[in-house]
Write a protein that binds this ligand. Structure first.
Ligand SMILES: [Zn+2]
Length: 212
């Protein structure tokens, strides 16, 4: 049982819920990789998050081949209407290093691989860790088109990812503010910065098109 009093002024307790402005639109302080930049309004950060989210969307709609050269051709205007390959729900994730370099991508491959843990976030984390040769991903930012589930939120905490940016809210399974808030649970020793609802309309449209 937690004995400390509930402190509503603690920024770590800030929760983002559907319908509320994203934290990126208000001033907040935290351990995020980009907090050191002189950007008091956060507009530069928001622009960067949106840019990164477009890349994640590209990964979501083009699949594992997004690393290949067909990215440019398949990321056109009608890409949103395309169903995901292999019947997998089109969720894309990109892991960025502290310097903003793209380290790894992941796309939901549960159907493709028959692996219940093959979510976009987990695959991106694994590939980035492999590339860096370590499990600690501090300073890194994970960008994903859909609010992470409990498994992925747990994996993001374990990997010590500094910032999580996600697109559409997932009221049925979301663990970043919707159903749970694993990423900012004060009982855990690591809490990433969280920015939800980035390009929410576009992200939700991709999922709606898939389930139609
Ligand atoms: Zn997941």
């Amino acid at each position: 049982m937690r004995s400390e009093p509930f402190d509503v002024t603690d920024p770590a307790l800030e929760t983002v819920r559907p319908g509320q402005p994203t934290p990126g639109s208000v001033a907040r302080h935290g351990p995020g990789a980009d907090e050191g930049l002189a950007d008091p309004t956060g507009s530069g950060r928001r622009q960067r998050h949106e840019l990164w989210m477009r890349r994640a969307l590209e990964v979501a709609v083009t699949g594992p081949a997004a690393e290949a050269e067909d990215v440019a051709s398949s990321a056109g205007g009608d890409a949103f209407a395309e169903p995901g390959p292999d019947g997998d729900v089109p969720v894309g994730a990109v892991l960025y290093g502290p310097d903003g370099r793209e380290l790894a991508i992941g796309r939901n491959e549960r159907e493709l691989t028959g692996d219940p843990t093959a979510h976009a976030e987990v695959l991106a984390l694994r590939r980035a860790a492999q590339q860096l040769g370590r499990w600690r991903l501090d300073g890194c930012t994970l960008v994903v088109t859909l609010e992470p589930c409990t498994m992925c939120a747990g994996a993001l905490v374990l990997a010590r990812v500094s910032t999580v940016v996600f697109g559409a809210w997932e009221p049925k399974t979301g663990a970043a503010g919707s159903l749970w808030d694993v990423l900012r649970d004060r009982r855990l020793n690591h809490r990433p910065e969280v920015y939800g609802g980035v390009l929410e309309t576009e992200n939700a449209a991709v999922l709606r098109a898939f389930f139609r």
